[in-house]
Design a protein around this ligand. Sequence first.
Ligand code: SF4
Ligand code: FES
Length: 258
Amino acid sequence: MSTATMDRVEAASAASHLITVTFRIRRFNPEVSAEATWQDFQIDIDPKERVLDGLHKIKWELDGSLTFRRSCAHGICGSDAMRINGKNRLACKTLIKDIISPDKNGVSKPITVEAIKGLTVLKDLIVDMDPFFQAYRDVMPFLVTTGNEPTRERHQTAEDRERFDDTTKCILCAACTSSCPVFWNDGQYFGPAAIVNAHRFIFDSRDEAGEQRLEILNDKDGVWRCRTTFNCTDACPRGIEVTKAIQEVKRALITRRF
Ligand code: SF4
Ligand code: FES
C-alpha cells in the first residue's frame, strides 16, 4: 500500500471514532454586553478526548474569541477549573465520554460549560482569582520557624508527615471554594481552599505558627462559617478530603491540640 493510501485509511479510521457533540458555553464579554449569554458550538470529536480538547477545537477552528485559562493540560496547574454540566471540574481531566449520555439515536444533550461561581467573571470562562488568592495568602501558606536554623534537613517522622499528607496535594484550582454555597452568598468567607492550605502547615510538626493560623481562621469569616455540605470534597479533582480537613481545623481550635 502506498503512503498516500495508508494516510487515507488512517484518516478514515480516525474519523470513524468521531461523534458530534454540542458545547453550550456561557459567554460574557463586558465590552460587548453587560449580560452573559449561552452560545452553542457543534464539533466532531473523539469521545475519549477531554473537554479541554473540545474547547481548543472551538477556539482554534470556530471562534478565536472564546476565552479560558489553561496551562499544563494534565491536571497539575489548576488553571482550568470550570462548571461542566453544572459541576466543578478540571476541563483537562474530564473525558467527553464520561459526561455524555446519548439517547437511542446516538444524540446527546449539549455539554454545558460555564465559569466557576462566586468569583467575578471577567470574560467567558475566566474569573477574577484575586479574592481567592488573597484568602490563601492570609493563612500564611509557608513554613514558619524561629531561632533554629538547621544545618541539615528538618527531620520528621513518617507518622508526623502523614498527618498533613492529604492537604499537600492541593493545586489551588478553586473548584472547592467556588462550589461552596457559603462562599457564593458571601465572598468574605476564607473558603475551603484557604483552610486546606492552613491545615497543611498547622499539622506540620516542624512549623511554629499553628496558633497564629488558628486565630486567623477563628475570625467571623473563618472556619466556623463552614456548614459541612461536602460540596468541596465532591468537587476536588485531587481527591482531597476537604471537609475532613476543615473539621480537623475546627477541632484544633476547640482543643488547641494539633
Ligand atoms: S482543595 Fe482540591 S478543589 Fe480545593 S483548590 Fe485544592 S485541589 Fe482545588
Ligand atoms: S490545564 Fe493545568 S490543571 Fe488543567
